[in-house]
Design a protein around this ligand. Structure first.
Ligand SMILES: *[C@@H]1O[C@H](CO)[C@@H](O)[C@H](O)[C@H]1NC(C)=O
Ligand SMILES: *[C@@H]1O[C@H](CO)[C@@H](O)[C@H](O)[C@H]1NC(C)=O
Ligand SMILES: *[C@@H]1O[C@H](CO)[C@@H](O)[C@H](O)[C@H]1NC(C)=O
Length: 305
C-alpha cells in the first residue's frame, strides 16, 4: 500500500462481510488487528500477493499473481488471520493451496479477467480474525465517489517496502467510473479499461496499491456489510496521482442468480436452483463448499464443488 446438501437458507449460518472488530469509519495506515478478517497473504518463501477469503475453503485473488503456479499449487502457502509479516501472529491459521483455477480468458498482456480462485488444503473455522467477505452480485452498482478500502502488505513506494514489522495496511479510495477511468488511461495506449475492470482513486495525495498488494480486495460498506467490489490488478507505477488503480470487477463474475465464479468452473459443474437467494453447484465426489454472496438485501450461501 502506498501512502503515498445443498439448498441454501437465506440467512447464512455465518454472515459474510461483518468483521466483529472493525469499527472503522475513516483512517488509512496500519489496520488494527481483525479489521479485515478476510485478508490473506500468499507466500512462496515470502509474501508475494494478497487475496480474500470468500468461504471456509476458497480464496479469491488476481490471476496474474498465480499464473504459472496453478500446476504446482502446493508451492503456495496461504496465511489467514495474519496481522504482520514479521514477528508473531497469534490469530493466524496456515493452509496450503491445493487447487488454483485461473480465469480461462485471463490475458497477462491486457490484464483482462485478472481473477483466480485458490482452494485451501482444509477448511478454516471462522473467528474474529478470520471470516469471509461478501462478493458483489452481478446487479451491484458502485457509483463514482463511493468510499471503499483497499488493504495489503505491498510496498509503500515504488522501491520502498513496508516498514518493519510489516503491519497490514489499509487505504481509503473512491470509486472512479469506467468512463472517467478510460479517459485517465487514454494516453497510455497499451492499456484498455474493459467492463471487467473497476477503478478506484485516492483522495489524499498519493495513495494506492503497490507491488505486493495485487490480488487483495477492494471493499465497500453497504448497510452493515462489507462487499468486495474489486481485486487489485494494476496501476501505473504505484499510485501515480493521475491514474486510479485498476481492479478486476468482481460483479462481472457473478451471473444473475448463479454463482459468482461459475466462469472459472466448468459449466458442467453448475446445476441447481435458480431461485432468488439459492445457489447450488454440484460436483461428483467432492464435498460441498460455500460461498457468500451479497445480492441486494439477501445473503445467500453458495455451495460449490
Ligand atoms: C473447528 O472447530 C471445531 C469445533 O470446535 C473443531 O472440532 C475442529 O477441529 C476445528 N477445525 C479446524 C480446522 O480448526
Ligand atoms: C504495527 O502494529 C502494532 C500493533 O497493532 C503497533 O503497535 C505498531 O505501532 C505498528 N507499527 C507500525 C510501523 O505501524
Ligand atoms: C471466454 O471468451 C470466449 C470468447 O470470447 C467466450 O465465448 C467465453 O464465454 C469466455 N469464457 C468465459 C468463462 O467467460
Amino acid at each position: 500500500m502506498s501512502i503515498a446438501a445443498f439448498s441454501v437458507p437465506l440467512m447464512a449460518l455465518y454472515l459474510c462481510g461483518q468483521p466483529s472488530l472493525n469499527t472503522r469509519i475513516v483512517g488509512g495506515q496500519a489496520a488494527p488487528p481483525g479489521s479485515w478478517p478476510w485478508q490473506v497473504s500468499l507466500h512462496i518463501y515470502d509474501h508475494f500477493c494478497g487475496g480474500s477469503l470468500i468461504s471456509d475453503q476458497w480464496v479469491l485473488t488476481a490471476a496474474h499473481c498465480v499464473q504459472g503456479r496453478d500446476t504446482v499449487p502446493s508451492l503456495v502457502t496461504v496465511y489467514l488471520g495474519r496481522q504482520r509479516q514479521e514477528e508473531s501472529n497469534p490469530n493466524e491459521v496456515v493452509r496450503k493451496a491445493t487447487q488454483i483455477t485461473i480465469h480461462p480468458n485471463f490475458s497477462y498482456s491486457t490484464a483482462d479477467n485478472d481473477i483466480a480462485l485458490i482452494r485451501l488444503s482444509g477448511p478454516v473455522n471462522f473467528t474474529s480474525y478470520i471470516s469471509p467477505v461478501c462478493l458483489a452480485a452481478s446487479d451491484s452498482t458502485f457509483y463514482s465517489g463511493v468510499e471503499s478500502w483497499v488493504t495489503g502488505w505491498g510496498n509503500i513506494g515504488d522501491f520502498e517496502p513496508l516498514p518493519s514489522p510489516g503491519n497490514l495496511s489499509e487505504v481509503e479510495a473512491q470509486i472512479v467510473g469506467n468512463g472517467q477511468c478510460r479517459c485517465d488511461y487514454s494516453d497510455q495506449g497499451y492499456i484498455r479499461i474493459t467492463d471487467n475492470m473497476i477503478c478506484a482513486g485516492f483522495q489524499e495525495g498519493i495513495k494506492g496499491p503497490c507491488f505486493g498488494d495485487s490480488g487483495g480486495p477492494l471493499v465497500s460498506k453497504q448497510g452493515d456489510r462489507w462487499i468486495q467490489a474489486g481485486v487489485v490488478s494494476f496501476g501505473v507505477g504505484c499510485a501515480e496521482p493521475k491514474f486510479p488503480a485498476v481492479y478486476a470487477r468482481v460483479s462481472q463474475y457473478e451471473n444473475g442468480r448463479n454463482i459468482i465464479l461459475k466462469i472459472i468452473l466448468r459449466p458442467a459443474q453448475l446445476s441447481g436452483s435458480a431461485e432468488q437467494g439459492k445457489y447450488q453447484i454440484c460436483h461428483e465426489n467432492q464435498p460441498p463448499d460455500q460461498f457468500y454472496i451479497f445480492q441486494g438485501n439477501n445473503y445467500g450461501r453458495i455451495i460449490l464443488p
